[in-house]
Design a protein around this ligand. Sequence first.
Ligand code: CA
Length: 133
Amino acid sequence: MYILIVEDEAKAAAHLKKGLAEVNIVTDVAKDGLQGLALAQTKEYDLIILDVMLPGIDGWEVVKRLRADGRNTPILMLTARDAVHDRVTGLQLGADDYLVKPFAFSELVARIQSLLRRGQVMQSDLLRVRTWR
Ligand code: CA
């Protein structure tokens, strides 16, 4: 499994990378929106963990551009505030799920697993449709 972490706070990014490595997940870290967008457009990630508040372009703009680009990599957004507006904006722009900071690491891992399962179901449905035709 290969995940992109887009998070400008170095400590938080290092904590995520270390925690995910412990559950055998390989990660790349991008420190701002533009770097995250560039990596997401050139590499094939299984999932993207995307902070909303980023220097350069924010997380919402990253989601918007990736989806406009036809990339449908699952995106889990990290929002700093538990504001309905923030969550709705992210989901409307094409994010798949969100977590409000601060969150328990176990919840993050559970959300990642849930998103990846959803993706696998969709892929097997696609295969089934193809077989029928
Ligand atoms: Ca941030």
